[in-house]
Ligand binder design. Structure first.
Ligand code: HPA
Length: 241
């Protein structure tokens, strides 16, 4: 079964019919998952910041979230997020299906393997088959503002970066910066769930232009972007029928 993980501005999956929400208890704490259908296909939706949204990126219970999806027999995850651009060729409003991650987070509970010696391969942190489904869905829509690769630099937050930190991200080869891909992607891999993401650029990274970042001013971009991502998810589901 497919699950969609929603982030900032994406606290519900528009188009999901017959929604039933449930608090799920896991050994790692509580999670909240909604079940429903799109085009008669069962789909789960998990708002990663909680329901209502209240957990900042560094306080999200990533393990409870991924464990609850594993318990519900999820085998594919599409993770939605908002990001800042690092690559100067990207613009606000672009959608990215990243293919790599650099992890700058710290002090997050990032593994299910605390009591055993077990190492996952993470050479390619995003599942290529789910990535290709997202890319095919994008290609089937009129929306042409998207990139099919990108390196997601995941920072600890909740503050935004300094200009020098964004220069460092550039030097490290990152193209976008956000706060939620890790440990989410690694935990999904540990549970053998195929995980890929789609990110909306809502601002230029710190220092890339002369202005400071005004995340309060992004609501229209966010609203339109999330509608576009909803269309992508619907297309992905319809294309797999
Ligand atoms: N940095 C980190 N996370 C973000 C940003 C940013 O500039 N924009 C949206 N999420």
């Amino acid at each position: 079964m497919l699950a969609v993980i929603g982030g900032t501005g994406f606290s519900e999956l528009v188009g999901l019919e017959g929604v039933q929400g449930e608090d799920i208890e896991t050994p790692y704490g509580m999670s909240y998952v909604e079940g429903g259908e799109i085009a008669d296909v069962p789909v789960l939706f998990l708002p990663r910041h909680g329901h209502p949204p209240r957990f900042p990126p560094h306080r999200i219970n990533y393990r409870a979230n991924i464990d609850s999806l594993a318990r519900m027999n999820v085998d594919e995850i599409v993770a939605v997020s908002v990001v800042g651009s690092v690559d100067p060729l990207l613009s606000v409003g672009d959608l990215i299906v990243p293919d790599q991650i650099v992890d700058y987070t710290r002090d997050r509970d990032g593994t299910f393997f605390d009591d055993e010696i077990s190492h996952i391969d993470f050479t390619f942190p995003y599942d290529e088959s789910v990535r290709q489904k997202l890319i095919s869905a994008l290609q089937s829509l009129p929306d042409d503002r998207y990139q099919t690769t990108g390196v997601y630099g995941c920072t600890q937050g909740p503050r935004l970066e300094t200009a020098a930190e964004v220069r460092r991200l550039t030097n490290d080869g990152c193209s976008i910066v956000g706060m939620t891909a890790m440990p989410e992607a690694a935990l999904a891999r540990e549970k053998e769930i195929a995980y890929a993401g789609i990110s909306l650029v809502v601002n230029s990274g710190a220092g890339l232009n002369d202005q400071e970042i005004d995340l309060d001013g992004i609501s229209i971009i966010l609203e339109q972007g999330m509608l576009r991502i909803t269309n992508v998810i619907e297309a992905l589901i319809r294309n797999s029928l």
